[in-house]
Design a protein around this ligand. Structure first.
Ligand SMILES: [Zn+2]
Length: 332
């Protein structure tokens, strides 16, 4: 048993309270390797933004969970070395699907876990979530639950159709489970192809414009649970400049579409206090690497393409914390 406190990590309790009161959201960025971790820490140390390092079950399979945990510990030390005296870094399990997985993360130093019982019945979701909460809270680890189903594909999470969260369910869910935060479904979606062209309109440049987020549902939930931390998954914006670089350098991403940043900025001002961004980082890295490969066919040192990919990712994260989520400057 390793406590996250020994690793210098924090849970999200204080972070979320400050974010709800201050009208901003904490970024949750996924990582699977060293360059992604470096980009996250550099961006957040430079802007003094609290941050959630997010590990999916796909990342655990890809990179090994022991290694990821030591990398998170390394992230705290690295942040200090970069001049961030009191780094506010949380290590979070994204989309845990069993009690055993969540327990194992709590036992090995995670400060936050998500138990995603959203595919189960309401009562089964409550039962599973409550069990995880009871275990995690013994060690001051916080728990995110989910009500409602997001469409799209993300690592092992896949659903064809979204089911919006029903505001009439949230009070009972939160009271019976004791969760610390709640992921809701109001029209965000996992992956880089969030909507079909048929669900969208097109702007003057021919880019797809998705249906707007259901702010009416969000506001109803806020009314039922005043000040309670709400989480948005699937909140990449799929910047078209990355898609264009990818496609003009041999890629084939057709009709990719994300959530407009203005809507995420709007959501950040409400009880939404954690916003998950994964696909945008994937696109930034892939665009930089594809461009390098096409422009420099004679180079073969991985540092030569992972370096610019890391820099592009860092700039993306700085943009997100400053311009979209508003979390910059809140972890001095
Ligand atoms: Zn998700």
């Amino acid at each position: 048993m390793v406590s996250y406190k020994e690793l210098g990590l924090v849970n999200t309790r204080e972070m979320f309270k400050a974010a709800v009161d201050g009208g901003y959201a904490i970024p949750a960025f996924n990582f699977n390797n060293m360059e992604q971790m470096q980009a996250i820490v550099q961006a957040c140390a430079e802007t003094k933004s609290p941050v959630i390092l997010q590990v999916s079950s796909g990342a655990r399979k890809y990179a090994n969970q022991t290694l990821l945990r030591y990398m998170a510990q390394g992230a705290v030390e690295y942040a200090k070395e970069l001049g961030w005296e009191r780094p506010q870094i949380c290590l979070h399990l994204d989309h845990g699907d069993t009690y055993e997985l969540c327990k194992s993360c709590v036992d090995m130093g995670f400060s936050s876990v998500m138990i995603d019982g959203s595919s189960k019945s309401f009562d089964e979701n409550i039962e599973l979530t409550k069990r995880v909460v009871e275990y995690a809270h013994q060690y001051d680890v916080v728990v995110e639950g989910e009500l409602g189903v997001l469409a799209g594909i993300e690592d092992d999470v896949c659903a064809e159709k979204s089911n919006y969260t029903r505001p009439e369910d949230v009070i009972e869910f939160v009271n019976r489970t004791g969760v610390d935060s709640l992921a809701i479904s109001i029209g965000t979606s996992h992956g880089a192809f969030k909507f079909t062209p048929a669900q969208c309109t097109r702007d003057a440049n021919g880019h797809l414009v998705p249906p707007p987020l259901r702010f009416d549902i969000l506001h109803e939930i806020e009314k039922k649970l005043p000040g309670f931390p709400i989480v948005l998954h699937g909140s990449s914006s799929v910047p078209q400049e990355f898609v264009e670089i990818i496609n003009s350098n041999g890629g084939a991403l057709k009709d990719s579409v994300g959530i407009p940043e203005e809507q995420l900025r709007e959501a950040s001002k409400s009880a939404v206090c954690k916003i998950n961004i994964d696909s945008d980082g994937r696109l930034a890295m892939t665009a930089a690497i594809r461009k390098f490969m096409v422009e420099s066919p004679d180079k073969f040192d991985p540092r030569q393409y992972l370096g610019p990919a890391r820099e592009s990712l860092k700039q993306l994260y700085i943009h997100k914390v400053k311009e979209v989520l508003g979390s910059a400057g809140h972890a001095e």
